[in-house]
Structures are given as structure tokens and as C-alpha cells.
Design a protein around this ligand. Structure first.
Ligand SMILES: Cc1cc2nc3c(=O)[nH]c(=O)nc-3n(C[C@H](O)[C@H](O)[C@H](O)COP(=O)(O)OP(=O)(O)OC[C@H]3O[C@@H](n4cnc5c(N)ncnc54)[C@H](O)[C@@H]3O)c2cc1C
Length: 389
């Protein structure tokens, strides 16, 4: 007889493990299938920020920012060994697009949406403090704003959430590739492959959390559930020699004025990110030479004396609604597709943020509530402490 699970989750990124934890908290039996390794795709290749997303204010995504700041506050509390506050600096030069008034207005709104938490205070640095800023170019510098956001080891956070789910009874098969599913009125039959050997189980519902593979995975289900057309947008990071002592920097790339972050990372410097539409195999994504040149040019512009030796590089894929040429104007909200509005058997998670994984998982569980049998909840994801593995 085949194993049966209330919930089978495809994908061991932050969304998949988040749903597994929420399902296990709800008292459901749950299995996660991951083809390569936990956080081996986007969830291990992000900018590693647990943040509201200051720049999303420009797109007027207020509810996204508010929810993300709420999640940031919660994660700082339940995962203190994994998520920590970080000072961020925004330098202003004569050519900086966002002028002091805009920055002040943005940071004030950010603080307000964050519920006036002490971590949302911001200030202007005194010029006497500029010398301490890790070699930031002070020629023509007009002002530096300092505010706080949080940073995490994204892969470690993903593993910690999976561990929390497993502590509540969730099961993980890895490496295990989901290969097919038959969706029927009374449940789903799931096929997956471990080292080339076919395995199967049955499930009450399926959650497609396959990140950049989302539509490939949906295409392996019969009948195929509804999908959204997406573009995969590559974001690349460089890890550079040299420690940053005084926090993170929010820079405007000199060539196109896009945001580039420079962050402390494990005794080194993390520099990113870019936005390049990607059409290849998601498993093969890697930083382009042009992206590396773009990031290093930004570094040289603002920190002319810092080391430029690249010791590591990685790229991840954002899953964004297909939008022709309007790459920068796309919605960053998480979206869901389901095969039935009232009683879905399959829910697919499109896009999203590391920061909001818990809220996203709760939404998925609410969508599945009517399809799942009634179970007694055993825990609450907002209260479970997350520990590094
Ligand atoms: C460059 C970049 C920077 C970012 N920075 C931030 C940030 O600083 N802060 C923030 O909050 N968010 C950030 N994000 C967003 C965030 O990283 C993603 O939203 C999140 O990691 C997506 O997680 P996921 O679980 O949906 O996908 P993924 O992490 O990609 O996981 C999908 C998993 O599914 C598995 N899979 C696929 N197909 C199968 C199959 N057939 N069988 C079994 N397993 C399968 C894959 O192996 C993979 O592990 C960033 C994104 C990018 C691209």
C-alpha cells in the first residue's frame, strides 16, 4: 500500500519548508519532496535580507512592506540566532536620483508602516562620522542616512524551518524529484524518483513550491492545474575579499541608477544584485561577465579603495509575472494559482520573498482548509523558535 499524506509539498526552498511547518503545526501529515538539496536554488542565493523592502514604497506596495516589516519583527524574536538587525546607509551625492527629501519621506513612511518599532528609527549621520564608513567616497558626499533592516543566512533559515517542521512530524525526501501526479476528485497520486528509482504516495492536496521550475512541475500533473505565465529574472551577487565593519550600504549603480546592496557576509563583502531576464535551465543559472562588471563598477565608484577580488559568485532567479519589456515595473506580490476556487487539490506559489515565507505559508493553508480533513492544531508558527542546525 502507498504511503498517504494530507499535504505533499514539491520543493525544499523557503516556501516549501514554510508550508511544511505550517501544515505540521495544523496537525496534518506532510511530505516535502526536494530534487537537489534544501535551499539549493533561489532560497540559498538571495540578498539575505529580512526586510520590508524600502524600494517597494516607490511602487506603492504598502501592504507588502507592512506585512514584511511585521514578519521581520517576528523573525528577530523567534530566530535570534539566525536573523539579526543591521545598520544600512544611504549616501547622497549631487547626482543621486533620490534626493534627501524623498529619502526622509521614504524612511518616515517605512518607520510608520513598521509600527514605530525602535528598529525603525533612522537618522542623518554627522559629517564627522563619514570617515568611519568602510572607505565610502566622501568627495562630493552631501548626506548619509542610516536606518535598520535585518539580515539572515537564507539557507540556514530554510534548514531551520524544515527542522522545525520535522520536529512536529513532517517527512522530507531529498534528493527526490517529483515526476508526475494524477489529480482526482478524491485525492492525488504522486510519483517521484529517488536515484532513478520510481516511488509513489497518495496525498489529499499538493503544494507546488518549485520556484523557477513551477510551471514545469505544474505541467507534470494531470489534469494540468492553471498556471501563470512568468519570466525568470536573474539576480547576481559577488562575494568579495574584505570585511565591512560598519553595516550595509544601499547604493545607486552609476550606470542605470538601480539599487545595489553592499553587505557584510561571513567576514567578507556581499555585493548585488542585478536584473537580467533568463531563459535557460534554472539549474544552470550563473552570474554573467556583464553583471560582474556592472557590480564592480558600482563598488569602484563608491568605494574606490576597497579590495575587488571576487572569491565567490552566485545567481538566483526571481519568478515574476511575464511583462514584456517592463522588467522593473512588475508586481513583487506573492501570487497563488489553484485548480478549484473553493476546494483546491493543488496550490502553486508564484514569486514571494524570503522575509514573508511564514505569512505566505499561512495563506496557502487557508486556501487548502476546506479540502483538508479536520485536524487539531498542535503548534503556532509565530511562536516556534527557529535554531541553526
Ligand atoms: C537575486 C535574488 C535576491 C533576493 N533577495 C531577497 C532578499 O534579500 N530578501 C527576501 O525576502 N527575498 C529575496 N528574494 C526572494 C526570495 O529569495 C525568493 O522569493 C524565495 O527564495 C523563493 O523561494 P521558493 O521556495 O519559492 O523557491 P526556491 O528556493 O527556488 O525553491 C524551489 C525548490 O524546488 C525544487 N524543485 C523544483 N522542481 C522540483 C521537482 N520536480 N521535484 C522536487 N523538487 C523540485 C528546487 O530544487 C528548489 O530547491 C530574492 C530573490 C532573488 C532571485
Amino acid at each position: 500500500m502507498m504511503d498517504h499524506f494530507d499535504v505533499v509539498v514539491i520543493g525544499g526552498g523557503i516556501h516549501g519548508v514554510g508550508v511544511a511547518q505550517a501544515a505540521a503545526c495544523g496537525g496534518y501529515s506532510v511530505l516535502v519532496l526536494e530534487q537537489t538539496g534544501l535551499a539549493s536554488a533561489t532560497s540559498g542565493k538571495s540578498s539575505k535580507l529580512i526586510h520590508g523592502g524600502l524600494r517597494y514604497l516607490e511602487g506603492l506596495h504598502f501592504s507588502l512592506v507592512r506585512e514584511s516589516l511585521r514578519e521581520r519583527t517576528l523573525l528577530l524574536k523567534i530566530a535570534p540566532e539566525l536573523v539579526h538587525l543591521q545598520a544600512f546607509h544611504i549616501p547622497i551625492y549631487p547626482e543621486t536620483t533620490r534626493r534627501p527629501l524623498t529619502i526622509r519621506a521614504g524612511l518616515s513612511l517605512y518607520a510608520l508602516l513598521g509600527g514605530l518599532h525602535p528598529a525603525n528609527r533612522f537618522r542623518t549621520l554627522h559629517p564627522g562620522e563619514w570617515q568611519d564608513l568602510d572607505g565610502l567616497e566622501t568627495k562630493r558626499l552631501q548626506a548619509v542616512y542610516q536606518y535598520y533592516d535585518a539580515q539572515a543566512d537564507d539557507a540556514a533559515l530554510t534548514r531551520a524551518v524544515m527542522q522545525s517542521a520535522m520536529d512536529l512530524g513532517a517527512d522530507l525526501r531529498c534528493p527526490a524529484e517529483f515526476t508526475a501526479a494524477e489529480i482526482a476528485a478524491d485525492g492525488c497520486t504522486v510519483h517521484y524518483s529517488i536515484n532513478g528509482v520510481d516511488n509513489g504516495c497518495s496525498a489529499t492536496v499538493l503544494v507546488n513550491a518549485a520556484g523557477p521550475w513551477i510551471n514545469t512541475v505544474a505541467g507534470r500533473m494531470r489534469p494540468t492545474p492553471p498556471t501563470t505565465a512568468v519570466d525568470l529574472v536573474q539576480g547576481s551577487h559577488l562575494v568579495l575579499e574584505g570585511r565591512i565593519e560598519h553595516g550595509a550600504y544601499y547604493l545607486e549603480a552609476p550606470s542605470d541608477r538601480r539599487a545595489v546592496f553592499m553587505l557584510p557576509w561571513k567576514g567578507r563583502t556581499l555585493l548585488g544584485t542585478t536584473e537580467t531576464v533568463y531563459t535557460g535551465d534554472p539549474a544552470a543559472v550563473t552570474p554573467l561577465a556583464s553583471e560582474e562588471a556592472y557590480l564592480l563598477e558600482t563598488l569602484r565608484h563608491y568605494f574606490p579603495h576597497r579590495p575587488q577580488t571576487v572569491v565567490d559568485r552566485f545567481a538566483g532567479l526571481r519568478v515574476l509575472p511575464a511583462a514584456g519589456n517592463a522588467v522593473f515595473a512588475r508586481s513583487r506580490e506573492t501570487r497563488f494559482e489553484r485548480d478549484d476556487q473553493r476546494r483546491p487539490r493543488v496550490v502553486s506559489i508564484y514569486g514571494g520573498k524570503l522575509t514573508g515565507y511564514r505569512a505566505t505559508a499561512q495563506r496557502v493553508m487557508r486556501l487548502l482548509h476546506r479540502t483538508l480533513p479536520s485536524r487539531r492544531p498542535v503548534a503556532n508558527t509565530a511562536q516556534l523558535e527557529l535554531k541553526p542546525g
